[in-house]
Design a protein. Structure first.
Length: 156
C-alpha cells in the first residue's frame, strides 16, 4: 500500500471521493473510498473500512500516519533501524507549532512490550507536568488503525 493509496493525489490532480484510492483503501465493492476527508476541494486522508483496518499491518498504518502528518504540516522522525537504539522508544515523533507528539503505533492485535510501556509511562509523566502550562505542548499516544478519525482530529 503506497502513500497515494492512503491520501488524495498529492500532485493536485484528481481530488474528491475517488482521489488516489486504489487497492486496500478502495471500497471492496469497487465504488471508491468508503470514507474520505469531508473537504473534497483538496486532497485528504482516506479512511479504509473497519474490516480492512483490522488486517492493516503496522508498516501500512505507519505510512498512513506519516502521510497524514505531512499533509497537516508536521515534521516527523522515525528510527528506521532501531537495533542500536534503546528498546521501546515510540515509533514516531511529530513536531509542529511548538507541539510535540510521541506516538507508538500498533496493529489492531499488537501488544506493547514492557520497554514500550516504560517509555510511554515516562512520557505521560512529562506531559502531565506540562499540562498546567499548556495541555497540548507534549502528548503521548498509542494509536491503532481503528483510531484513524481521532488521529486526524489530533493532527489537523
Amino acid at each position: 500500500m503506497s502513500t497515494s493509496d492512503l491520501m488524495g493525489d498529492p500532485r493536485g490532480g484528481r481530488t474528491g471521493p475517488a482521489a488516489g484510492v486504489r487497492g486496500a483503501a478502495a471500497d471492496p465493492r469497487g465504488g471508491g473510498p468508503a470514507v474520505n476527508h469531508p473537504s473534497h476541494s483538496r486532497p485528504g486522508p482516506v479512511f479504509p473500512p473497519m474490516q480492512l483496518r483490522r488486517r492493516m499491518s503496522e508498516a501500512a498504518f505507519q505510512e498512513w500516519v506519516i502521510a497524514l502528518a505531512i499533509l497537516y504540516g508536521w515534521r516527523h522522525y522515525h528510527t528506521h533501524l532501531s537495533r542500536r537504539s534503546p528498546m521501546g522508544f515510540p515509533d514516531l515523533v511529530l513536531v509542529r507549532d511548538g507541539r510535540l507528539i510521541f506516538a507508538e503505533l500498533k496493529s489492531e492485535t499488537g501488544h506493547l512490550t514492557p520497554e514500550q510501556r516504560e517509555w510511554m509511562a515516562d512520557l505521560a509523566r512529562v506531559a502531565q507536568r506540562l499540562f498546567m502550562v499548556d495541555p497540548d505542548i507534549v502528548r503521548e499516544f498509542l494509536w491503532r488503525p481503528s483510531d484513524m478519525e481521532q488521529i486526524e482530529r489530533v493532527l489537523r
